[in-house]
Design a protein around this ligand. Structure first.
Ligand SMILES: NC(=O)c1ccc[n+]([C@@H]2O[C@H](COP(=O)([O-])OP(=O)(O)OC[C@H]3O[C@@H](n4cnc5c(N)ncnc54)[C@H](OP(=O)(O)O)[C@@H]3O)[C@@H](O)[C@H]2O)c1
Length: 267
C-alpha cells in the first residue's frame, strides 16, 4: 500500500522494494485494486506488482499475490461497494491487471453497510466456481461474519485480514477464531501503520527492551510476536524502502522466548 497511495516513492524505488522483498524470500504479496491515489489511477499497485514480478531476474514462480476488491476511490476517498456486480467486475479487472489466468487469493475488502453480507460473500463463491479466483478471503470482519462467510463458501474461507498490531489489538478474538478454524489470519498495519511504525521503539517500551536483548529492530520484534501468537498468523508489513522490508523479513527467523512473548502480550 505505501508504494501506491499519497506519499508514494518513485517507480524505481517501488520496484526495488518489491525486488528486495523477493530476494529476501518473500512468497506472499498483499495488494488491492484501490491502492492508488484516486480513481484516475485505480489499480496502480496491482500494475506495479505485475510489472515488478515480470522484471524480476530470479524465480518468482512460487509467489502468491493476494488482492482485494470492494472499495472504490472517488476523489481519493475510500468508498465501499460490495454489490455482487461490482465485485465480479472488479475481480475480472484485477485478474487482467495482475496478468494471471486466475487470482491466487481474492479478498472482500470491507463489509458494505448498504449490501447484505451474504450477497457480497456470495459473489466470492461465484468467482471461485467460475475459476476467476483460486482462493477466497475476507477483510475487516468480525467473528460472526467470519463464521457466516465460511458457511456461505462451504468451508472454503482461507483467510481473514484484520487490523492488528502491538498498539491495536481489538481483533484478538478474530485471530483466535481463525486459529480454531484453521484459517490464515493476516494482520494489516502490523507495525501500527504508515508513519506510526517508528513509535514501536518509543511508546511501546517492552518491544524496544526485547529488541535490545536480541540486537534487532523493535519492528522485527513486533512481527515475531505476532507470528508467535498462532501458527496461522501471517503479518503483511508495508514498506516503501528496500531496507524496511529486508529488516521485516528477518522476523520470520527471530525466536522469542515464551517469557518474552508473554511480556509483549501483557505490554
Ligand atoms: N485490509 C485493509 O483494510 C488494509 C488496510 C490497511 C493496510 N492493509 C495492508 O496492510 C499492509 C501493511 O499496512 P501499512 O503499510 O498500513 O502499515 P504497517 O505495515 O504497519 O507500516 C508500514 C510502515 O512501516 C515502516 N516499516 C516497515 N518495516 C519496517 C522496519 N522493519 N523497520 C522500520 N520501519 C518499517 C515502513 O516504512 P518505509 O515506508 O520507510 O519503508 C512503512 O511506512 C498494507 O501494505 C496493505 O497491504 C490492509
Amino acid at each position: 500500500m505505501p508504494l501506491s497511495i499519497d506519499g508514494r516513492p518513485d517507480e524505481a524505488r517501488a520496484v526495488a522494494t518489491i525486488h528486495r522483498a523477493l530476494d529476501a524470500g518473500v512468497t506472499f504479496i498483499d495488494t488491492a485494486d484501490c491502492y492508488c491515489l484516486d480513481d484516475s489511477d485505480f489499480g496502480h499497485n496491482e500494475r506495479l506488482i505485475a510489472g515488478a514480478l515480470a522484471s524480476y531476474e530470479g524465480d518468482a514462480s512460487g509467489v502468491l499475490v493476494a488482492t482485494k476488491g470492494g472499495l472504490t476511490r472517488p476523489g481519493g476517498a475510500w468508498v465501499p461497494n460490495g454489490t455482487p456486480e461490482h465485485l465480479i467486475a472488479a475481480a475480472e479487472a484485477s485478474r487482467d491487471r495482475l496478468e494471471v489466468e486466475s487470482i491466487g487469493l481474492y479478498q472482500f475488502h470491507r463489509p458494505d453497510p448498504k449490501v447484505p453480507y451474504t450477497e457480497s460473500v456470495g459473489a466470492l463463491l461465484h468467482l471461485l466456481e467460475d475459476g476467476v479466483i483460486e482462493m477466497a478471503g475476507i477483510s475487516n470482519a468480525d467473528p460472526d461474519q467470519i463464521q457466516e462467510a465460511n458457511e456461505i463458501l462451504g468451508g472454503r474461507l482461507v483467510s481473514v485480514q484484520n487490523r492488528f498490531s502491538p498498539s491495536y489489538r481489538s481483533s484478538l478474538a478474530e485471530l483466535r477464531l481463525c486459529a480454531d478454524l484453521g484459517i490464515a489470519f493476516l494482520p494489516w498495519s502490523p507495525l501500527g501503520g504508515i508513519g506510526r511504525a517508528a513509535d514501536l521503539g518509543g511508546a511501546m517500551g517492552a518491544f524496544q527492551e526485547v529488541a535490545d536483548a536480541h540486537d534487532v529492530s523493535p519492528q522485527q520484534v513486533a512481527l515475531a510476536w505476532e507470528l508467535a501468537l498462532a501458527p496461522i498468523v501471517i503479518p503483511i508489513p508495508g514498506a516503501s524502502r528496500p531496507e524496511s522490508i529486508e529488516d521485516s523479513v528477518r522476523a520470520a527467523t527471530l525466536q522469542l522466548t515464551e517469557d518474552e512473548v508473554g511480556r509483549l502480550s501483557a505490554a
